[in-house]
Every structure is written in structure tokens, then in C-alpha cells.
Write a protein that binds this ligand. Structure first.
Ligand SMILES: [Zn+2]
Length: 205
């Protein structure tokens, strides 16, 4: 017997967050959860951002090259429309930082209508600051997985990523730390994971 027998409407969904710096395996973890949901027969919508140039049109591609089907979208309105278009049980959002802070109320609405949401993305900028909307999602989620990468200098847990000055391109040097730009992701050649001791964003400004 339900605690509240009057509650006949679809209960609200759950928010799960997968957050971390670059190279922390966020997309792999999202894919693992989506695969499990698919096997369980849950109706899943996977959304990527079309700015993510690692992605082919219909897949999420991680650094290790594993693909899962995804719908690439470029803005919040398209995301809301896609999420409400069918009766999805789970909406998984890859690289959520690209959608910006306006994603928060949209995700809240999806959850209120009864679907679970997994939001995955960068929670730190390359100069070490919080990268919205992920910190907000981390605050209001039922479950948060905070991942770390591996420091390329000492091998300890890396909570940051930073740009490599020697290989910095002219275009990327003009980016702000929260630049919504494809060069902020997937750049194995441009960014490195760093622990707290070896993180030195000031050196490259
Ligand atoms: Zn280190």
C-alpha cells in the first residue's frame, strides 16, 4: 500500500549526476548506465550536444571510442521538445555543460513529469572554477558520482584539467574558461589532467 493512497499521478523521476574533469571517464559511465537501462527494457533517450565534434551524428563517442546511439541537439528548446516528445523513462544528457545554466529548469520539468534524468558533464573549467550548470545539478540530485582523472605528472587523483601552453593554438588562446566551444572537449592534444599539487592554470595565462 502506498504511503499516500491519494497519489495517483505519475511520481517525479530521479536526478543522477556524473561529474568530473576531462579524462575522468564520465561518458563511459553514462554509456554503462544507458546500456544497463536498455537491457532492462527501459525507454531511453540519449542526448548529446551538436558542438561535441567527437560525436558522429547519431552516437556519443568517448575518448576510448565506444559508441552509443544519441540524438545531437544544439539548444535547450530542441532538448525540451525531444524529451517531452515521447514517454521516456530515462533521459541521459552527455556533456551537459554545453547547454548552459538554462538546462536546470528544463531538467527539473522532465523529472517533474516522471522521467529519470542522468546529467553528465564537466564540473570544472580549465582554470579550476565551477562550471555551471553541473555544480547546481550536483546540489539538487538524488545521486552524484564525482569522478577524477589521473594526474599526468604524478599519477594521483586529478580533479582538474588544464590547457597545455606549448601546444596552445591561436584560436584557443582567445577562449574564456567557460567557452562553449568544441575545443573545450575531446582535445587529447590540448588539455591534461592535473592533481591539486600540479594544477597551475596561472602559468598559461
Ligand atoms: Zn600531480
Amino acid at each position: 500500500m502506498p504511503l499516500n493512497p491519494v497519489a495517483s499521478v505519475r511520481p517525479a523521476g530521479r536526478l543522477e549526476v556524473i561529474a568530473g574533469p576531462m579524462f575522468s571517464g564520465k561518458s563511459e559511465e553514462l554509456m554503462r548506465r544507458v546500456r544497463r537501462a536498455t537491457i532492462a527494457g527501459i525507454k531511453v533517450l540519449v542526448i548529446s550536444h551538436s558542438l561535441d565534434t567527437r560525436s558522429e551524428l547519431s552516437t556519443i563517442t568517448s575518448h576510448i571510442g565506444v559508441n552509443i546511439p544519441a540524438v545531437p541537439l544544439s539548444d535547450i528548446d530542441s532538448l525540451a521538445e525531444a524529451a517531452h516528445g515521447e514517454d521516456y523513462d530515462l533521459v541521459a544528457i552527455d556533456e551537459a555543460q554545453f547547454f548552459g545554466p538554462d538546462l536546470v529548469p528544463v531538467v527539473g520539468d522532465i523529472i517533474a513529469r516522471g522521467a529519470d534524468v542522468i546529467v553528465e558533464g564537466l564540473c570544472v573549467t580549465f582554470d579550476g572554477g565551477p562550471f555551471e550548470p553541473m555544480p547546481t545539478f550536483m546540489a539538487i540530485a538524488e545521486d552524484v558520482l564525482k569522478l577524477t582523472a589521473v594526474c599526468t605528472i604524478c599519477g594521483r587523483d586529478a580533479v582538474f584539467h588544464q590547457r597545455l601552453p606549448a601546444r596552445e593554438s591561436k584560436e584557443s588562446s582567445q577562449l574564456s574558461a567557460t567557452a562553449i566551444d568544441a575545443s573545450h572537449i575531446g582535445g587529447l592534444e590540448s588539455y591534461v589532467a592535473r592533481c591539486r599539487t600540479h594544477f597551475s592554470p596561472g602559468a598559461i595565462k
